[in-house]
Every structure is written in structure tokens, then in C-alpha cells.
Design a protein around this ligand. Structure first.
Ligand code: AMP
Length: 428
């Protein structure tokens, strides 16, 4: 199949030739014709397989087929993203695919001045990429209205419909016209989120090119069982051995990210941390340096787990296992992009073994165990980990316990979402 045979407008085909795309990826081949027809779509495909173009190309085509002057403060296509970094990346893709088209695009996101965003919106925007918190602020200030939205896209849809973002997304959905087109894209789609999404879609076409939550085949995955305190040493040793390779180390907490970065820098490894407590300027600088190869190692919380596309990344280290299994699929999906190969190594402490099992259940495969380096305290895998209760009494391992069915999800009472995000506004 070719992009020509999909019937895309000539200027879009020319832009794709400049990008060097010779043929559509499977998700593009299936999604483009259906989106061009105006249907609602739930699109699921592995990380790094061209989802952005799968929804952007047909939307550009539709906007050009139905050319109208966009009204001041109005938006024709609204694309929502969970993080600022992903929003910027999507807008960049929209600009390159639409480089030859007379369309206005803009990004609105938190952490940067509102004024230029208000000015752009004042002129009306054909395609707006936004993080939900800032978008709602701008709507409150009457800088933007959604009455004329023709298509609403939720990228990383399962995270957007998760409890952290859901209130904001519900508000947005209530403001867009009822007869708009709606597109949901992700590499993962837990059942309950899929059911929830159906409330907002009309007669959707579900396009799933691989089973949900399959990790890209080209990622060589392994796990090293180590005690928590050994993880710093192991990471530092690993990265010294793999010096020069583009690596992302994921930690569960912002403090953890800072600590790992500090230790690696002290050990002579050029690294920088990115997380929600860094200024937007610091976040952008670190990611830009990582993108252009000047910075070989990025230490990140899950703000970088989804969508970020840096083609040269060949190693992912999960310093901590994520509390929500789906996040693992997204984290390791930062490698092996667009047909490249990659490696993912998880460091698993005895306390995290239940999280590892949840990941293995989700991806329906056992992750190969690799040995810890010499000198690192051994972990006895035959023993169930014993966790201390608050009383100080150790828990008895319960061998009759049924396997954990909730994919490592935290109890809902903590108002923490599956994605680990506390509030929509905190991330955007
Ligand atoms: P995405 O999953 O949208 O982040 O895309 C992953 C990577 O694949 C990006 O670097 C895109 O530039 C690239 N890509 C998307 N579509 C194609 C295509 N049809 N041919 C070659 N590369 C592509």
C-alpha cells in the first residue's frame, strides 16, 4: 500500500516524501481511510509505530477538503495530550506533515507564558494541541471556545480517561459539539477505560493492529533481581559499560530521579533529570539536549513515559518498576522506535516482585532474568518477599493468595490514577 492509494491531498504526500516515509505503517493504513470518512475511532498499536501520523494525516486532509475560515478564538481540530513534552512533539509533527498547507496550528500548555497562547487563539486555530489544565484556564478566560470543534483527539487515551485527567476531559467533552468526530489512540487500553470511552463515542471503528499492550518485538527485555540499595551501584556500573548509548532511566519519584542523576554525574556520567518539579525551561533544555545527542542519559519520571519519540534511544532502565503495569509498556516503548531495535532492563527488588508479575501478566510473557554484577548482594528468588507491617511484625507469606488481578493498581481511595498522575494540572 502507498500513501497515494489512500487518497491523501498532494501537498500532504509531498510533505511525507520530505520526511522520507515510503509507505504507511499498519496503523496508518487502517486508520487513515476510516478517519477520512469522519468516523469515530479507537486506535491501538504498539509504541513507536506511527500513531501520530495515523490521526494527523487524515485530519489535515479533511480540513483541506472543507476549507473554511476559522473564527476568532475558535478551534477546528483539538488534540489533547497528557504532557507538555508530548504536546510540543505532536505540534511539531502536525507542522511538518502540514508544512505545505495554509493551516494555523498552535500549542497551549502549562509552565510557559499564557500571553502568546492567547494571541494565537485570538486569530482562530485550525489545529490546536493542548494539555487539559492550561486549555481549561484559557477557556475560563474566554481566550478559547470549543463550540466549533469538528474533531477531538485524545492521544494516550487511556491515561486521558483515567481518574487523574477524567474531570478535565469531561469538561472539554461537554463543551465540544455533540456531532463532532472523536478519536482515541494509545498502545494500551485497560478494559474499564475502554468501556468508559464508549460513552463518548458514536459507533466507533476499533482498529487494533496488535493485541492490546503488546510490547514491540524488537525490544530485548530483561530483569535483574537486586536489593533496593544496590540499584544505584548497578545502574552506574551498567551505564559506564554502555557509555555513549542513548539511555533513559525511569524512576518512580521525582526525588528518586534527582538522586540517581546526582549519583551518575558524580560517577562521571553525563546525565540530567526531568520531572514535574523542574521548570519548563529545564525540562525543555534537558529533552532537547537528549534529542540532539548532546546528553546521553536522561533520568525521568513518567512524564517522559508516553509518546516521547527520540529515534536514537537504545536502552531503557527501569530503576523502579512502575506501580501500574501499563506504564511499563509505555516506558520501554521509548526505545525501538520506527523499526529500530532496543533493549530494556528492569531492576527488581524483592518488594517489587508483585509489580513484575503484574507486568508479565499484562504483556503475556516472562521477562528473561539476567545476573547481577559481581559484588552485588544476592537475592533469593525461591523465597516470597517478606514485607514489614506498620506494627513491625513481618507479614507471613500467603501462598494461597489468588494472583493479583488489579495489575498492580493502587487502591482508588488514594486519588492516584492508574497512570500514577495525581492531577491533570500537575502535569500540564
Ligand atoms: P509515533 O508512534 O507517531 O511517535 O511515530 C514513531 C516514529 O515513526 C516517528 O519517528 C515517526 O517519524 C516515524 N514514522 C511514522 N510514520 C512513518 C512511516 N510511515 N514511515 C516511516 N517512519 C514513520
Amino acid at each position: 500500500m502507498t500513501f497515494e492509494s489512500l487518497g491523501l491531498d498532494r501537498p500532504i504526500l509531498n510533505a511525507l516524501a520530505v520526511e522520507g516515509y515510503t509507505q504507511p505503517t499498519p496503523i496508518q493504513a487502517k486508520a487513515i481511510p476510516v478517519i477520512m470518512q469522519g468516523r469515530d475511532v479507537v486506535g491501538i498499536a504498539q509504541t513507536g509505530t506511527g500513531k501520530t501520523a495515523a490521526f494527523t494525516l487524515p485530519l489535515l486532509h479533511r480540513l483541506m477538503q472543507n476549507k473554511i475560515k476559522v473564527q476568532p478564538n475558535s478551534v477546528r481540530v483539538l488534540i489533547l495530550s497528557p504532557t507538555r513534552e508530548l504536546a510540543s512533539q505532536i505540534e511539531k509533527a502536525v507542522r511538518s506533515y502540514g508544512a505545505k498547507l495554509p493551516l494555523k496550528t498552535a500549542t497551549v500548555m502549562g509552565g510557559v507564558s499564557m500571553r502568546p497562547q492567547r494571541q494565537k487563539l485570538a486569530q482562530g486555530v485550525d489545529i490546536l494541541v493542548a494539555t487539559p489544565g492550561r486549555l481549561l484556564d484559557l477557556i475560563d478566560q474566554k481566550a478559547c471556545d470549543l463550540k466549533r470543534v469538528e474533531t477531538l483527539v485524545l492521544d494516550e487515551a487511556d491515561q486521558m480517561l483515567d481518574i487523574g485527567f477524567l474531570p478535565a476531559i469531561r469538561k472539554v467533552i461537554a463543551m465540544v459539539p455533540r456531532d463532532r468526530q472523536m478519536l482515541l489512540f494509545s498502545a494500551t487500553m485497560p478494559k474499564e477505560i475502554r468501556a468508559l470511552s464508549k460513552q463518548h463515542l458514536k459507533d466507533p471503528v476499533e482498529i487494533s493492529v496488535t493485541p492490546v499492550a503488546t510490547t514491540a518485538e524488537r525490544i530485548e527485555q530483561s530483569v535483574m533481581h537486586v536489593q533496593q540499595p544496590s540499584k544505584m551501584f548497578v545502574t552506574s556500573k551498567l551505564l559506564k559499560e554502555r557509555r555513549g548509548e542513548q539511555t533513559i532511566v525511569f524512576t518512580r519519584t521525582k526525588r528518586g530521579a534527582d538522586k540517581v542523576a546526582k549519583r551518575l554525574i558524580a560517577d562521571g556520567i553525563d546525565a540530567a533529570a526531568i520531572h514535574g518539579n523542574k521548570s519548563q525551561n529545564q525540562r525543555e533544555k534537558a529533552l532537547a539536549a537528549f534529542r540532539n545527542g548532546a546528553l546521553p542519559v536522561l533520568i525521568a519520571t513518567d512524564i517522559a513515559a508516553r509518546g516521547i519519540d527520540v529515534p536514537g534511544v537504545n536502552l531503557i532502565v527501569n530503576f523502579d518498576l512502575p506501580e501500574v503495569a501499563e506504564v511499563y509498556v509505555h516506558r520501554i516503548g521509548r526505545t525501538a522506535r520506527a523499526g529500530a531495535a532496543g533493549q530494556a532492563i528492569a531492576l527488581c527488588s524483592p518488594e517489587e516482585r508483585k509489580l513484575l508479575r503484574a507486568v508479565e501478566r499484562l504483556i503475556s510473557q516472562d521477562i528473561a532474568v539476567i545476573a547481577a554484577p559481581d559484588g552485588v548482594a544476592a537475592v533469593d528468588l525461591s523465597e516470597e518477599p517478606v514485607t514489614e507491617r506498620k506494627t513491625g511484625r513481618p507479614n507471613k507469606p500467603n501462598r494461597n493468595k489468588r494472583p493479583n488481578q488489579n495489575f498492580g493498581r493502587r487502591p482508588a481511595a488514594k486519588s492516584r490514577s492508574r497512570s500514577g498522575q495525581r492531577h491533570a494540572s500537575a502535569a500540564n
